[in-house]
Design a protein around this ligand. Sequence first.
Ligand code: SF4
Length: 268
Amino acid sequence: MRMKEDAMKNGQLKPGYNIQFGVDAEYIVWISAGPQPTDTTTLIPFLDSIKSRLKYTYRNIVADSGYESEENYVYLDENGQLAFIKPSNYEISKTRKYKTDISRKENMSYDKENDFYICSSGKKLVATGIKFSKSKTGYRSEKTCYTCEDCTQCPIKSKCIKGNSKKPLEERTKHLEVSKLFQQKREAAITRILSDEGKELRMNRSIQSEGAFGEIKQDMGFRRFLCKGKKNILAECILLGLAHNVNKLHNKIQSERCSTYLHPLKTA
Ligand code: SF4
């Protein structure tokens, strides 16, 4: 199951609905339409609605970085599904600017056994507390707070401590807030997406899910909904999905690809 979103217009100039497609073997198999401005919170309701109607479960959930959240990772784990979700910082984390940013915990070394970070000045950032927070969806996350043992004479402080504060920089101390659970889930997701299976699934997400929107918008010339209201929009999307699937079936019959689920990963 590969997910892809698009904001489609509802007759006004601004995008009106967040449309989600679940794509399997190039066919659109599930659709949702909602008001959410971002994709993160659409994943769980989308998968819940599939679960309520289908007798089987999709094991592999492939989605782009807009769907990454601790809540989504936890949901997938609890439902026996595997997240092939690209971390939201995946692309930026490869840049030189990111890799040389000493303020980031990713560029500090971490002692897992004793639970502390070591910064660029060789100081320890030790765990000083736990912070709980609740998301808009009601998900409760736990973050460990780390504080540097001594930032007073640090010559690179201005590069390390960022953000606005009423306190002058000289008086500030470096703090970090880390969700260990999120870190752990993200690391597992990275391992999965970098595996051969992960690469193949991600390539197919790109081709199949992006392709479904591309075909509807470009090839079928769909630019605006004819109706208004979520229920009607969803009905329109379902008709579009059916039309797409008929076209897809025709193309697959013509090219003798009816039993093909995934485009194979090309190896050099
Ligand atoms: S400001 Fe503190 S945490 Fe940052 S490099 Fe200096 S000593 Fe380390």
